[in-house]
Design a protein around this ligand. Structure first.
Ligand SMILES: Cc1cc2nc3c(=O)[nH]c(=O)nc-3n(C[C@H](O)[C@H](O)[C@H](O)COP(=O)(O)O)c2cc1C
Length: 322
């Protein structure tokens, strides 16, 4: 029997565990121009990071290619929460789209995060809110919300007090305290954790002898960051992350990558940078993941979650013999 990829995390019911990552899928409309791409094939769509006011983003250049990765400093370019709630979300509802939608919010203060959550709670077609306490391209004065447990928990607690929608806290890899931050977010009311956002990096232009990106630094994504991301998911799961579902992401480009994240402890996976060069990736990733589960004898996706940690699960899998 073919294993089922259906999954529910934090109340989000998905046909498969593939969540299109924030900032790499626009507001869910861009990919409909491909005749062989259907939003219904993906588990959920996480919308572009949204701020209270519209943002033009950082000065160009905002993208630099690196070996096995991309450095971006988009700087949260978005039309602002008002336009998303009153124009974009209603348009998506009218299109008949059944795929669960997740808003991604980014505030400059704790109060802004709370206001964004309240505003988004008024939308009728959102399945959850992802709280981006991890954007490396936007400064909040000296405060980096996701780097330390206390500011992270203040944000999540403030958002939690807004009208109810499931909350996903998005964690940064740019801290040695990922596990402490994860715990703080769960204690403050996060229903799930997603990890990782991009890693801070820089490229120097050799001819001008200056940082290439207009913002000087950017966030590294793509295959180059996958081992870092897998390690973070594994650590957080080990430390009790299995108490809430984890959405693992960072460099996933095929079914092998997605399976690796599931074994490390992810209950769902984010698909991001790969979409820039392969719009068929979601279909390929879900087929590859299903084939792995079938080969390993897992009947359901949930049976494989965290199998890299547990002897019981590990024995069930075929990986013990490879
Ligand atoms: C161009 C670009 C824009 C992004 N914008 C956002 C964003 O607005 N909010 C957010 O939480 N993450 C954002 N991210 C991070 C991704 O959602 C994801 O966490 C990261 O890229 C790692 O996954 P990947 O290697 O599969 O891309 C962005 C990433 C890229 C490449």
């Amino acid at each position: 029997m073919k294993p089922s990829l259906r999954t529910t995390i934090a109340g989000i019911e998905m046909v498969n565990p593939l969540m299109m990552s924030s900032g790499t899928f626009g507001f869910g409309e861009d990919f409909t121009r491909f005749s062989d791409f259907d939003n219904a094939q993906v588990g959920a769509i996480v919308l572009k990071g949204t701020t209270l006011k519209p943002r033009l983003g950082n000065p160009p250049p905002r993208i630099a290619e690196t070996p096995a990765g991309v450095l971006n400093s988009i700087g949260l370019q978005n039309p602002g929460v008002e336009a998303v709630v009153t124009e974009i979300l209603p348009r998506l509802a009218e299109s008949g789209l059944q795929t669960p939608l997740v808003a991604n919010i980014a505030g400059e203060t704790v109060d802004e995060f709370a206001e964004l959550a309240t505003r988004f709670s008024q939308a009728t077609n959102l399945a959850a809110i992802e709280v981006n306490i991890s954007c490396p391209n936007v400064r909040h004065g000296d405060l980096d919300f996701g780097a330390e447990p206390r500011p992270a928990s203040e944000v999540i607690a403030a958002v939690r007090s807004a009208p109810h929608l499931p909350l996903i806290a998005k964690l940064t890899p740019n801290t040695a305290r990922t596990v402490d931050v994860a715990r703080a977010c769960v204690d403050a009311g996060a229903d799930a954790l997603s990890l990782i956002n991009t890693l801070t990096g820089m490229v120097i232009d050799l001819s001008s002898r200056r940082p290439l990106l207009g913002n000087k630094t950017g966030g590294l994504s793509g295959p180059a960051i996958k081992p870092v991301a897998v390690a973070k998911v594994h650590q957080v799961f080990d430390a009790g992350g299995h108490l809430v579902p984890l959405v693992g992401m960072g460099g996933i480009s095929n079914g092998d990558d997605a399976y690796e994240f599931i074994l490390a402890g992810a209950a769902a996976v984010g698909v991001g940078t790969v979409l820039f060069y392969n719009h068929r990736a979601p279909r390929e990733i879900s087929a590859g993941l299903a084939a792995h589960l079938e080969r390993a004898g897992f009947r359901r996706l949930s049976d494989a979650v965290g199998a890299a940690h547990s002897k019981k699960h590990w024995r069930k899998g075929s990986d013990e013999t490879t």
